[in-house]
Design a protein around this ligand. Sequence first.
Ligand code: MN
Length: 135
Amino acid sequence: MTVDAAPGNPGEMAIRRAGSAIARAPDGIASGPFWAEPLLEGRHDGEMTAIRATFDPGIRTRWHSHPLGQLLYVLHGVGLVQRDGGAEEEVRAGDSVWFAPDERHWHGAAADSVFAYVSIQPVRDGTAVHWMEPA
Ligand code: MN
């Protein structure tokens, strides 16, 4: 059995300064480009990944799921969230949303508002997200 020696979450307290990792999200995971700032980059089972994401009005992710679930905390603006089989729900700054492990869902900005959130999603089997078809 091999042990993956790649670094995951820091082994001690770590401060990441505001704006030091701002980047465009990878192409193809949403209906348009958005900003994704990695806050925590876990790699090993049970470690956390976290990002701050900022969407322009009307931009939404593809359908997707998270192997160990996801907590989303709304920082700014108005967003829409939907779980497979449920209704679209509006969320606003200060609201938080839990998506259960393997629950199909999407999240994005309302048509007339930007949308920014922090999300936390742990890793299982090397990933924190499984992308699916456009929402
Ligand atoms: Mn999600």
